[in-house]
Design a protein around this ligand. Structure first.
Ligand code: ZN
Length: 232
């Protein structure tokens, strides 16, 4: 069986778990999605597919999968994390973000703000929101009339608007919400009440940025949107 494992120091590790479905295999039943544990593997010298020999579960986070909404949500977070962390150095922060979210799973009663909380941090770790008080083009203060650059993501001041292509207008409220979410705990963000318009604007912006950052179609996203959009 092929098993992709997100690690704190080696990005996404592709492994082969030989015989893991056999009754007597020490790996049997341990390689379910979202299991967190300690592993032993033999690195391959010739390919990026390594041999997994041992996996000991530290926590299996049953609350992350105990409702359809949470399950769809955590499948999405796992896929996002693995897409960003593939072969990357310094994937520890992304790993910790996912681990923190898994630990908070029992408290997640509102998926939409929890998703905003995760996606904004995820994008921030990937360098998408470099600063909330400096223009990412000239480095000057932002002031009024801020735009967001999509190609090389960042906030753009009114003075630089003409010099940067592929920008979109940003309502001041939306930038403040992103900054608020980045500064506050998941519990606080889950209490946040957004207007329908703010939600739609944020959703469109984050969806575009997440797709661009992942460089790939995110399979679990469609299912999550389907669930959040009103069930099956
Ligand atoms: Zn500027």
């Amino acid at each position: 069986m092929l098993v992709n494992i997100l690690t704190s120091d080696s990005g996404l590790l592709k492994t082969i778990a030989k015989g893991s479905r056999r009754l007597k295999s020490p790996l049997r039943g341990k390689l379910e999605l979202l299991n967190y544990g300690a592993l032993v593997y033999y690195p391959s010298r010739t390919s990026d597919l390594h041999i997994l020999s041992q996996f000991d579960i530290i926590n299996s986070f049953p609350e992350a999968l105990n409702t359809l909404e949470r399950s769809a949500f955590f499948h999405y977070l796992a896929e996002l994390s693995s897409l960003a962390a593939y072969g990357e150095e310094g994937s520890g922060a992304l790993f910790n973000l996912l681990l923190q979210m898994l630990g908070d799973a029992p408290d997640i009663d509102a998926i939409i703000p929890a998703r905003l909380w995760f996606e904004i941090r995820y994008l921030h770790l990937l360098g998408v929101f470099p600063s909330f008080d400096r223009c990412s083009h000239c480095g000057g203060p932002l002031g009024d009339g801020v735009k967001f650059a999509l190609k090389k993501p960042g906030w753009i001041c009114a003075r630089c608007r003409g010099q940067v292509s592929d920008t979109i207008d940003i309502e001041p409220g939306v930038m403040a919400i992103i900054s608020y979410i980045l500064r506050n705990s998941l519990n606080q963000v889950m209490k946040l009440k957004l207007s329908r318009r703010q939600s739609a604007l944020l959703d469109r912006l984050l969806s575009y940025l997440v797709d661009t950052a992942a460089h790939k179609k995110i399979k679990s996203k469609r299912f999550l949107n389907h669930i959040l959009g009103g069930g099956i």
